[in-house]
Write a protein that binds this ligand. Structure first.
Ligand code: HEC
Ligand code: HEC
Length: 88
């Protein structure tokens, strides 16, 4: 490879890398509602996530008082999407 070509490839590489970085930095912020820190949910903060998720459907299942919205995305592993609220 001659020198000119190598320089060209180096410039291209930097441009692509910069483009990727800008793309990643522009990702939308996380907007999914977090797990509330109230009396209904506080006990789940001291549990492994997998254990906690077994209890969600008691209140958020089809028949429960607080069912999920109709357009709710696939719902296994609740706490991957609904992150814990940081203590304030
Ligand atoms: C004891 C009943 C109960 C259990 C168990 C429960 N929830 Fe809830 N949850 C509620 C009630 C009542 C509300 C609505 C009031 C509110 O917004 O805090 C709610 C609201 C929510 C919200 C919406 C908060 C908002 O800001 O709109 C999310 C997300 C949620 N629960 C996730 C979960 C997950 C995940 C679990 C299992 C780890 C769970 N809940 C278990 C009763 C419960
Ligand atoms: C794939 C990601 C994902 C998973 C898994 C998931 N959710 Fe959600 N959930 C969402 C999104 C997105 C919304 C729409 C409302 C928002 O957060 O902007 C939502 C909304 C909700 C709401 C209504 C919040 C409100 O104020 O409108 C509740 C309650 C809730 N989810 C509970 C649960 C429970 C319980 C589970 C597990 C059985 C679960 N979610 C699993 C992404 C998820």
């Amino acid at each position: 490879m001659n020198k000119k070509k190598a320089t060209l490839y180096n410039i291209l590489f930097v441009l692509v890398a910069a483009g990727l970085l800008i793309f990643l930095l522009n990702a939308p912020p996380e907007t999914t509602v977090k797990l509330p820190r109230d009396k209904d949910h506080i006990s789940f903060y001291d549990m492994p996530r997998k254990e906690a998720e077994k209890h969600c459907s008691k209140c958020h299942g089809e028949e429960a008082g607080n069912p999920l919205p109709k357009n709710h995305p696939p719902k296994y592993r609740c706490l991957f999407c609904h992150k814990l609220t940081r203590p304030s």
